[in-house]
Design a protein around this ligand. Structure first.
Ligand code: AMP
Length: 307
């Protein structure tokens, strides 16, 4: 099934306790499309970059089977730039710089060939732009998932709530769930957020796993206790990608399949953090992914009695 991905394609500069990068390739949609390419063979990207964005990086996306017809290149402008610094626990970070540049006036144009989209992943972007994408699709996709961040809650809470009301699945972290709902308890927060519109909510808790809520149902997926956590940037996007592209690949949006999708999202995110930027998402193979998923299954499976 085809998956339409929208979000930032960007330059990032990252500092972790293990090292520091100059400008490297990042952006929510970059992580999402790369990770999704392992589960569904039709990934259609809508994004915008400036003339400073290397053509070789666009080629790399294409080499992963990603359709870049919807990637606009504004030759005389600069690409979106984000810089962040992680604290010692690697679970929290400070944003040092957000330069919107080309994103400031981003008009998401959906190529005609993308109109048959079955699944839509709205990566982190201004909520007004995310909403425009939904409005510009001639038919409603089978499933719309959305990511966002505290940045938009601080400056655009009302438009954000309007967009949230239109989606099926909202994927945010625990801090964002608390900010959005004004509640400390994640169970109470989940109820309040689902009352805004989305039938399904995923709350990511970094190295403490993720919670999947739908109506009265809850599922918990652990995170692997990894020996190497080098750079968490993009882990959230990669998780969302694993989740929605697994659903798209199976073409099954049942709650039971969403549980499997959350595990696949967690597995992909566990790869992402092992190297700086998108490095670990390039050139993975099915065997590595299956092995990682199995580690997740083994991690929390137990029998109540000896067999
Ligand atoms: P994550 O670590 O999953 O939150 O995603 C990090 C990615 O999000 C980085 O590659 C950034 O380029 C991108 N990003 C950070 N802030 C924004 C923003 N305000 N709008 C769009 N993308 C952003």
């Amino acid at each position: 099934m085809s998956l339409l991905v929208i979000g930032s394609v960007a330059f990032d500069a990252i500092e972790t306790p293990f090292g520091k990068t100059d400008k490297i390739i990042g952006g929510a949609a970059t992580y999402i499309s790369l990770a999704s390419s392992y589960f569904t063979d039709k990934v259609n990207l809508v994004a915008v970059v400036g003339g400073d964005f290397p053509k070789s990086e666009i080629q790399l996306l294409e080499n992963h089977g990603i359709n870049t017809e919807g990637l606009q290149i504004k030759e005389n402008e600069k690409s979106f730039f984000w810089s962040g610094k992680y604290h010692n626990d690697m679970n929290s970070r400070d944003t040092l710089v957000t330069e919107l540049n080309v994103l400031e006036n981003f008009d998401p144009i959906i190529p005609e060939s993308y109109q048959d989209c079955d699944y839509l992943m709205l990566g982190n972007l201004a909520p007004q732009v995310q909403k425009t994408v939904i409005e510009r699709l001639e038919k409603r996709p089978k499933l719309i998932a959305m990511d966002t961040m505290n940045f938009w809650m601080d400056i655009a809470m009302e438009p954000l709530k309007e967009t949230i009301a239109l989606v099926d699945v909202l994927i945010i972290n625990d801090e964002e769930a608390r900010q959005l709902s004004g509640e400390y308890s994640l169970a109470v927060a989940a109820k309040k957020i689902m009352a805004l519109g989305p039938k399904t909510l995923i709350i990511k808790k970094g190295e403490h796993g993720a919670l999947l809520f739908q109506e009265e149902k809850v599922f918990f997926a652990p995170a692997l206790p990894l020996e190497v956590v080098f750079d968490p940037t993009g882990a959230g996007d990669t998780f969302a990608a694993g989740f929605i592209s697994y659903l798209a690949g199976q073409d099954d949006v049942s709650f039971e399949n969403m549980k499997r999708a959350v595990i696949h999202g967690s597995a992909m995110a566990s790869f992402c953090v092992e190297k700086f930027g998108t490095a670990k998402l390039i050139g993975l193979n099915q065997e590595q992914i299956d092995e990682r998923v199995q580690q997740f299954i083994d991690l929390s499976r137990f029998d109540l009695v000896n067999t």
